[in-house]
Design a protein around this ligand. Structure first.
Ligand code: HEC
Ligand code: HEC
Length: 502
């Protein structure tokens, strides 16, 4: 009887899956289809739900979906709904097979390890196909941060250059450029990401930055290094780089992109057995409707109004809907424990610049939610850059054995005599991505990366700025090592299950 029931469920899930997959597979630039006001896209952990408060979109005539530049890409090429408005390695590999590497997403400008390699060569795309990374080219030495003169406090040398870009005379440091390799970041729930910071910036001890056009304080939680303060600046840059645009985006196109980003809400909506995560309004923090209706910029690292609200209704399996299977009930109880761990399980946070340097002490006994403190997204309410240690030696995610080369470039940053050193790593820092320091030129910022929002995690593996954690389990393992937390296997599973329903 039970098996029979499971079988019916299975067939139902399969049917539901094939339907939504057909509807919302890989979106090609200039698609004739309609982006519906609300829909779901399937992923390994269930389904991700979307709501666009501006109604249906005719993608053919919309700036986010049109190939506006010269390489055939649109914004959607790297911000796909099936991948949580980012890109998963799984989709990239599938797309490579389907198109023999001819999809414009693989354009060599930033989609290959080196722009001069042939597009049809699969090995030339190893960083994209193995880790989901695109090349981000930035000027070095940086001269100006939004009109403010910058005099870098450190020099950079290339220690290892597996892709050859940084030592290339035309593309590398000699030509005044530096290339790092980074993951796309989700483009949805942007009203949360963009919510303005407090007037005082706790990370720099200075007044918060203002948008030059409107004079309003901006939030600094966008891009891994917060190099763009507004969606307009970001869109213009994406047009010239990722889309290889040669003209100018029109004001109308910029507004169209911005309003799409601000009206799009996304969150996981169904578990992997096909049941809705939100029933009778509980738990209140899950699903796209909660994102649409949530308040932006609320501090959630407390037990009054926690980051993803409460999961009390999932703590007692006897109180759950009877239509759920025993497996589903156990899963929900695990998620509820994961939320508690994320909120309250304490460990010693140490040597993380912009957390341990802002007056909290080093080490400080706190939880995940200390850094990921913004309600609904798990970003930081202050400007979001923190040196968690993913890119700086010795806590980085790469090999620790000197003879084993990293897949990523390795840079040696040497702080100048007159400059203050990096607070925990001294004057010489080895890193695969200096992060925020590539914009500010400050030693203290080397390795600081802006944390990403947590929504849609299930759909966009791998994780971290450098795609080093293949699964959510590997994310949790990194933390366990980095902060010597000593999580039990059960605690790890609970945290992963929790992250997978956001
Ligand atoms: C070739 C792939 C690619 C294309 C095409 C692309 N992006 Fe991105 N996008 C990225 C990457 C990579 C990042 C992260 C860069 C970083 O952190 O330095 C990003 C980040 C973003 C972010 C920041 C999200 C956040 O929360 O930090 C926004 C917004 C965005 N892109 C919008 C756009 C728009 C608008 C377009 C079209 C004009 C576009 N993207 C085209 C790869 C792409
Ligand atoms: C010291 C501050 C800090 C603490 C504590 C912290 N994080 Fe993070 N977290 C970050 C930063 C910074 C990033 C971005 C790092 C990167 O991309 O390389 C990040 C990234 C992540 C990501 C990856 C998101 C993505 O899209 O790739 C997840 C998931 C995550 N953290 C979960 C957790 C969990 C679970 C805990 C507790 C065990 C935790 N974090 C504790 C600062 C912190």
């Amino acid at each position: 009887m039970k098996l029979h029931y499971l079988y019916i469920c299975f067939v139902f899930v399969l049917l539901a899956t094939s339907f939504t997959m057909q509807q919302m597979g890989w979106i090609v630039p200039g698609s004739d289809d309609v982006w519906p006001q609300s829909f779901e896209a399937v992923n390994a952990h269930g389904k991700l739900g979307f709501i666009h408060t501006g109604g249906d979109i005719d993608m053919k005539n919309h700036a986010f979906f049109m190939p506006l530049g010269t390489n055939g890409r649109a914004c959607v090429s790297c911000h796909q709904p099936g991948d949580g408005m980012g890109l998963s390695v799984e989709s990239l590999r599938r797309r490579w097979e389907e198109t023999d590497g001819r999809d414009p997403v693989f354009a060599t400008y930033d989609g290959a390890n080196h722009p001069k390699l042939p597009q049809e060569d699969k090995a030339a795309h190893s960083l994209l196909l193995n880790r989901g990374l695109f090349r981000i080219e930035l000027p070095w030495p940086v001269k100006s941060d939004h009109g403010v003169a910058v005099h870098p406090e450190f020099d950079i040398e290339v220690v290892s250059d597996p892709t050859g870009v940084n030592l290339d005379p035309e593309l590398g440091l000699k030509a005044g450029k530096i290339s790092v390799f980074r993951r796309p970041r989700p483009v949805a729930n942007m009203t949360y990401v963009m919510s303005p910071d407090p007037v005082f910036n706790i990370k720099t001890g200075t007044l918060a930055v203002k948008d030059e056009e409107t004079g309003r304080v901006v939030g600094m939680n966008m891009m891994a290094d917060s190099r763009h303060y507004t969606q307009k600046q970001q869109a213009i840059d994406a047009y010239f780089t990722h889309l290889q645009g040669v003209n100018q985006l029109t004001e109308k196109q910029i507004q169209e992109i911005k309003s799409f980003e601000n009206q799009l809400f996304m969150a996981q909506s169904h578990d992997m057995w096909g049941s809705a995560l939100v029933e009778n309004g509980e738990p209140a923090g899950l699903g796209p409707l909660a994102m649409k209706d949530g308040k932006v910029h609320i501090l959630g690292n407390n037990n009054r109004d926690p980051i993803f609200h409460w999961f009390e209704s999932w703590k007692d399996e006897t109180k759950m809907t009877s239509t759920l299977t025993a497996e589903q009930k156990a899963f929900r109880a695990s998620v509820a424990r994961g939320n508690d761990l994320f909120m309250f399980r304490e460990f010693w946070i140490r040597d993380a610049t912009h957390i341990n340097t802002i007056g909290l002490g080093n080490p400080v006994r706190r939880s995940c939610s200390t850094c990921h403190n913004g309600q609904m997204t798990g970003q930081d309410l202050a400007p979001g850059w923190v040196d968690l240690g993913t890119t700086n030696y010795p806590t980085w995610t790469e090999n620790h054995v000197a003879t084993q080369k990293s897949e990523l470039p390795v840079f040696k940053c040497t702080c100048k005599k007159e400059a203050p050193p990096h607070p925990f790593l001294g004057r010489v820092i080895y890193t695969t991505d200096p992060g925020r320091a590539l914009i500010t030129g400050k030693c203290i910022d080397i390795g600081s990366i802006v944390m990403q929002q947590f929504r849609g995690l299930a759909a966009r593996a791998p994780y971290f700025v450098n795609g080093s954690a293949k699964t959510l389990g590997e994310v949790v393992d990194y933390y366990d090592r980095r902060f010597d937390i000593k999580l039990s296997e059960q605690e790890k599973t609970d945290l992963v299950n929790f992250l997978s329903v956001l």
